[in-house]
Design a protein around this ligand. Sequence first.
Ligand code: HAM
Length: 420
Amino acid sequence: MKYKALKGICDILPPETYIWQHIESVAKEVFKTYGCKEIRLPIIESSEIFIRSIGETTDIVEKEMYTFQDKAGRSVTMRPEGTAPFVRAFVEHSLHNEPSPQKYYYMGPMFRYERPQAGRQRQFHQIGIEALGTDDPKIDAEVISMLMALLKRIGLKDIELEVNSIGCGICRPEYKTVVKDFLRENLEFFCEDCKRRYEINPLRILDCKVEGCIGRRQAVPSIVNLLCDDCKDHFEELQHYLQLLNVSYRINPNLVRGLDYYTRTAFEVKGKSLGAQNAVAAGGRYGSLVEEFGGPAVSGIGFAIGVERLLSLVSEGHNDYGPDIFLCFLGDEAEKKSFMLTNELRAEGLWVETAYDKSSLRSQMRRADRIKAKNVIVMGEEELKKKKVIVKNMAGKEEVETVLEGAEIIKVVQKDILSV
Ligand code: HAM
């Protein structure tokens, strides 16, 4: 083979693209009910945007960014996530002048130079939300509940929501000191990554996935007990609101997230069958990112769903997309009629296919079967003469005779119109 897609960067082919369309349209419907407006952001940004927000010592910035120089010598990066570009746009276009709170959604590809494996690509897709303009934990609960409502509507079952508070600029530095004090004596037993993180980003040791590190960090005190009063109240209120909305959750005190811009609320939804890369969606609150980007003191909260991981949880049983009708014909007159009828039925919103050559009825039927047509109509001299056809439902095998006219045929097959 002469050319292949780059490693970790995948083509998305039908019938999978039907599921993508379905997920995107359900997401848009759900977001609309929460007042989220769409924002379309560039795929490439100045590198500084990601370094400043995600954090210089995070895995994403240290190891995973697709960064290069453009022809003018500027350092640019293919976006590894959507929050930083969103905040850049929010400030650049003074969106804070719009009535608050404001809610936006975005969908599209993200790029991280990670080692490709199940659930981890170098180009992957996110559906994300950002809600800005209030510190009230009610909006945190609303954003989380919107995520859970969406995942439920898409049909996800075996998932678990984990929440935590990672404190603020006041209590988190103190917590970092506590963690470092606890780990100092045992540091030699931790993995190389953790040893490195100890100095630059010690809280990341709390969510290291290496077996040995998990056991050794058990004694570290939970951040939940060391939050400052404001963060503690915020976290308690968040839980109260989640309970009011009947959203089930588990507090995971080791949930610290891999991006530096978070303050207070952090959450992840884990798919129980997903293996090592088990977060299907994740997010949190960011208290000062807008200000750091030169905007006013406006805080935000958001999440991003990993579409590929979501798909790996729903793709079963969605492989039956096919035309609503396949029109078979026998003879020149019927060919002409079926060509016209195909056009007429398509104009009414049905997916209709017919043969393009004068192949035998048997081979037309075989094609209808292969492309999973829901209904088949056979048209020959007899049908044209009587002006009647039989619509055969392929799944139920029942046959209905109807008048050979678009409007009448639609009545018989209406129930099979594609919903994606
Ligand atoms: P994140 O946790 O880095 O958060 O990514 C969110 C989701 O993207 C993950 O839970 C996962 O499902 C998916 N994901 C991440 N990396 C990969 C990969 N290499 N391959 C496949 N899927 C992946 C963020 O990106 C934040 N911007 C979310 C956010 C929005 N926080 C506030 N607002």
